[in-house]
Design a protein. Structure first.
Length: 225
């Protein structure tokens, strides 16, 4: 595998990870095993980002960032397979999904559930659009692994530049906005279908309040970015 992301040479591992390792060590259920067998051609450990390979600092919560390349048999491989891998590996991961001459980036924003560092809390999955392998870009930006990881999330998700230390809040607000927008759409749909004028007026007031709530959340998001 070429240095597709043009990372420093010292970060390159380029080692095949046999799929059987995932079967044995991750308690793969039959559905996930089927995805490994039928949808994934191979998985390579391409990069290791750590104080040993970069001039960066690590923390107790984040000691390494690994980048894997998964060569897919079909482009529509279910992404929950990579969430499954991410949940069970004690490192922060980035995936490059490769199919023919196209690829995409995938990252699961996650944090440790507690100080034991034994299980992750998966917050949200982000994926970039499919692009040609020659157009794929991901910049290493930051002097610490947590900052680099946050910037990976920002680039892959399309969130863009943000203030240091605010990615957790940004992701949480985006989730909250999405939830409130979904509720707003349901309320608007119900209002349009309501035949009784008095009830429709009540719903109209509720819709206006919900819109203000969504607008306020969006303003908070802009202040963080």
């Amino acid at each position: 595998m070429d240095n597709i992301l043009h990372f420093p040479a010292g970060t390159i591992v380029d080692s095949v990870v046999p799929k059987t390792k995932f079967y044995r060590f991750m308690e793969v259920n039959p559905r996930m095993k089927s995805h490994f067998v039928n949808d994934v051609e191979s998985i390579r450990w391409l990069y290791k980002l750590s104080p040993d390979t970069l001039n960066v600092t690590a923390t107790e919560d984040m000691k390494e960032i690994e980048v894997f390349v998964a060569t897919l048999k079909e482009a529509d491989c279910p992404t929950d397979l990579f969430t499954f891998i991410d949940t069970h590996m004690p490192r922060h991961l980035v995936f490059i999904l490769l199919h023919n001459d196209n690829c995409m980036l995938l990252i699961n924003y996650k944090q440790w559930k507690d100080d034991t560092h034994t299980q992750f809390k998966m917050t949200q999955m982000f994926a970039s659009p499919w692009v040609s392998t020659t157009s794929l870009q991901l910049q290493i930006d930051g002097q610490s692994l947590p900052r680099i990881y946050d910037n990976f999330v920002a680039q892959i998700s399309g969130i863009g530049e943000h203030r240091a230390g605010s990615m957790e809040d940004i992701v949480a607000l985006r989730q909250q906005i999405a939830k409130q927008q979904d509720e707003l759409q349901k309320m608007e749909k119900r209002m349009r279908r309501e035949p009784q004028v008095d009830i429709q007026m009540q719903l109209h007031q509720q819709v206006k309040a919900k819109r203000r709530e969504v607008d306020n959340l969006r303003k908070k998001l802009e202040e963080l970015k």
